[in-house]
Every structure is written in C-alpha cells, then in structure tokens.
Design a protein around this ligand. Structure first.
Ligand code: GLN
Length: 485
C-alpha cells in the first residue's frame, strides 16, 4: 500500500519504526494530488511549500525522538477555519482575498500535535448547502463517481480523505456537514457535542449549532483526532470546561449488553431501499455483537427541518451582517456612496443560497415576526432536545441512517432548495439538541456508492460513539474498497 493510502495509526507505526519519514509521506500525498485533484477538486488552495517545510521540521523532531500524536501526518482544513497568513475564503467571493491575522484554535492544536497542513478544502459558500455546489470556486466531485456530489457543506474535506489526497481532515457541522459528506464519500465523520471543540477562528454560520470535527479513514483515526481537537478554550465563550477522556481507550472495546435505540420516526417513507437494507444489516451486526435493539420514539422529529431552517438562517443573517465591504475581503469596485457600496458589495459578493438564507433569517427576526418564528422555533428546539433526554433513559446510543439516499448527481437538486434541504433530515436533530453524532461506512449500493450509518449519544458521550462505531467497524467487516480514479 502506498503511503497516502494509509491511516494515521498505520503511518505513526511506520514513523516510530523508522520505516518512513514525514517528508516521504508528504511527497506521496502531493503526488497523489497531482494525479487526481484536477478531476476531484477537493481543494480551494494547496499549501505544498508550507507542507514540505513542515514535514522537514517534523523529521528533525522525529530524529530527536519527539514523536507527537500527529507528527508528520498530512491534514486538510476546511476553508472555514482561519489560518494565519493564508487566505480563508469560506467558499465565498466576498472573502476571496481574506487573510486572517490569527489561527483558529483547532489549527494551533493540530500544528502543535505535529500535523502537516496540505491545503484549504472546498466547501459550500459559508457552509450553506449539502453538495459543495454553492462554492464560489466551483463544485467538488465525489471520488466514487465523478458525476455525483460528495455531499456538503464539507465536501472538499470528505473527498480529499476518500481520494487519498490527505490522511485526515477537518470539517464543520451545523446541520450535518461532517456526517452527510462522510457517509456519501465512504469515510468516518464525527460531529462533537456543542462546546466540546473550540469554535475560536471558525467563521460563523449559525453560532448555536456550529461544531468542528474530524474526517478520517477509520474509527481509530477519529479517536486520535478527537484527542487533539477536544478540550476547553478560554478564548471561546461556549467552550465547556469538562474533562476530555483519552478517546483511544474506547477503540476495540466490546458493546455486549448495550441498548441501541432505533427511532421509529426515522424509518418512514423516502429512504432509498438500498440505504434501508444496508441499515438493517448494520442492525443485525450489532445484535450479533451482543447489543440489544430497542425501538424508541423521538416524537418531535417531524419539526426538526422547519426549526432548523428558522434558527440557522436567523443566526446566519446576523453573523453575515459583518461582510459589508469595509472590514473584510471583497468590495464592489463600481460603487458610489457608502450605502451603495454596502449594497453592491453584498449583491456581488454573496451567492444565491447565501442571499436566500439572509432573506429568510432577516424576515424571521423582523419586528412583529420574532415571536411567531424565532421564538417559536426556539421553543420547539427545547422539545427536540427533551426527546433525546427521554430516549436516553431507554438506550445507550441511537442508530439511524446518516442520509436518506446515496450521493446524487451534480445539478440534480440545485434548482430545488427544499429537496436539497432534505439531505440533512437525519443529521439536523443532533445539532439542534447539541449532542454528538458519528457516521461510519456501512456498505455500498449495487452501483458502488458508499452508504453510512449514524450513531448518536448524549452530551459529551463521544467515547460511547467511538466505542460502538469501532465495534461495528470491526464486526461488520465492510469490504475495503477504494474509489477508482
Ligand atoms: N445542509 C445544511 C445547510 O445547508 C447543513 C449545513 C452545515 O452543516 N453546515 O444548512
């Protein structure tokens, strides 16, 4: 197997045994990028020079015996996390030339753990979308079928891992943007509990829902990444001061006697039959692993999408007010007075989906409508959260499909926003409730497209997710395939 095809833990072993070096790994990844990137388009910007220099530095440390947990591991960053001195566009024209003066906390943590940054990954503009088609820089393609979308909004980060253009990557998840593309690209993606990973330096979409998390090739790598990412950050006001366990201890543990809840509301009409049968098989694997399957109910599920599409646009309309041509990025070149400059900058700088969200959000927050929309949505959000608290009394973890369908064709849903929004029907509830969720590969369609199964647990129970995902991965023995590129 070539270096770029391996996992973090496999490469770590090789580095420790002196069988490879950080520079060799970085070279291998960039050679792979040379071959496939033109077709996949995972990246908005590559950082080859910086990466090779970082790899050389890592090799010096390795020689000294200083081998940190991500030493020499090539990692891609979604272009929504700020990188000091390196453009951070958020997939938008309005930030096409924005160079942050600081690093996001996760960037510093990864760097301090020895990671080598490969580049800034493509994404839907301001993380609004489920297909990476709203990027100002053009779409990313699914490595398993280049006619199809990789999912979104973190589609570049997911495709880069699936196509072996990096070893692991960072995404952000507001309504499913880590788990949905992980499922559609056949890799592992975890959205941590709200407050578990610092959002400092993450460009805000909907602040009460956004979380940063990892994309990896397997569950053990997910645990390794979480060990680096999780933890309190005094620079972030919603960051939680809670103990972070060693997530790696949960890898390879049994799940005998665990109760796995199957929410009946998630298995109704609209699920693709091949997705459904893969999920049923996953349930059987867990039963055989000693878990007990129990039916549960999350009665407010039917309101999740509606609540999300009030709360997320409302918060986005407020967060995106700062892009006015004065402080950041793009300014319309052909404007007159100040008001005209604001208007033209925003008109020319934002794409259609972002404008749609700003309009919905501004409307929902308008005087006279606030009580009817935002306040109502917040109240229903509390009920959704309570559903999960009630469910936790009857099970240890919840199992659902990650997505209702496998990857769809590029262009198939761009004219129908509601159809597009339905892609996140199974992932949005956990953002509203603030709980963690993981998507793990659970098979392929007859046409060779990956399918994902999602596990959800209570607040700060990422360890449980890693434990069940790892047990499932081990016992399901899903055939190891690579996309043919
Ligand atoms: N697809 C959802 C949206 O467009 C979720 C995006 C996300 O998680 N960033 O809002």
């Amino acid at each position: 197997m070539e270096l770029h095809q391996q996992t973090i833990h496999e490469l770590q072993e090789k580095i420790k045994e002196g069988k490879t070096s950080a520079s060799q790994i970085a070279q291998s990844v960039f050679q792979r990028i040379d071959v496939v990137e033109e077709r996949v388009h995972s990246y908005i910007r590559l950082m080859k020079e910086e990466a090779l220099a970082a790899a050389q530095k890592a090799d010096i440390e390795i020689k000294k015996g200083n081998i940190k947990s991500l030493m020499g591991i090539p990692i891609a960053l979604k272009d929504i996390v700020c990188t000091k001195g390196i453009t951070t566009t958020c997939g938008s024209h309005i930030l096409y030339n924005f160079v942050p003066p600081y690093n996001a906390t996760v960037v510093e943590k990864l760097r301090d753990a020895g990671a080598v940054f490969v580049g800034k990954a493509n994404m839907d503009e301001f993380a609004m979308g489920s297909s990476t088609e709203t990027s100002y820089f053009g779409p990313t393609r699914n490595p398993w079928d280049l006619e199809r979308i990789p999912g979104g909004s973190s589609g570049g980060s997911a495709a880069a891992v699936a196509a072996d253009e990096c070893i692991a990557s960072i995404g952000s998840d507001t309504g499913g943007s880590i788990r949905q593309p992980a499922a559609l690209c056949g890799i592992v993606g975890l959205k941590p509990t709200y407050g578990r990973v610092s959002r400092f330096g993450l460009i805000a979409f909907a602040s009460s829902l956004d979380q940063i998390g990892p994309f990896t090739k397997d569950v053990e790598d997910c645990a390794i990444m979480m060990n680096v990412l999780a933890g309190y950050d005094p620079r972030e006001s919603t960051s939680v001061r809670a103990e972070t366990p060693d997530y790696r201890q949960y890898v390879g543990q049994e799940i005998k006697g665990w109760k796995v809840g199957i929410p009946k509301e998630y298995f109704v009409k609209g699920i693709d039959p091949e997705v459904n049968s893969a999920i049923q098989k996953a349930i059987t694997v867990l039963e055989k692993s000693g878990a007990k399957i129990v039916e549960i109910s999350l009665p407010h599920t039917q309101y999740c999408l509606a609540v999300y599409y009030i709360i997320a646009p409302a918060e986005a309309s407020s967060n995106l007010a700062r892009y006015d041509g004065v402080k950041y990025g793009f300014r319309s070149p052909d404007s007159g007075d100040l008001l005209d400059m604001y208007k033209k900058t925003r008109m020319q700088g934002f794409g259609a989906e972002v404008k749609r969200r700003i309009m919905i959000g501004t409307y929902a927050l308008s005087a006279g409508y606030y009580d009817a929309y935002y306040k109502k949505a917040s109240q229903v959000r509390s009920l959704i959260k309570r559903d999960f608290e009630e469910a936790a009394k009857n099970c240890d973890v919840i199992l659902t499909p990650t997505t209702p369908t496998p990857a769809f064709k590029i262009g198939e849903k761009t004219d129908n926003p509601l159809q597009m929004y339905l892609s996140d029907i199974f992932t949005i509830s956990s953002n509203l409730a603030g709980i963690p969720g993981i998507s793990v590969p659970c098979g392929f369609t007859s046409g060779g497209l990956p399918i994902g199964v999602q596990f959800l647990a209570g607040h700060f129970e990422e360890g449980k997710l890693i434990q069940i995902a790892s047990a499932y991965e081990k016992n399901a023995k899903i055939e190891k395939r690579r996309p043919k590129l």
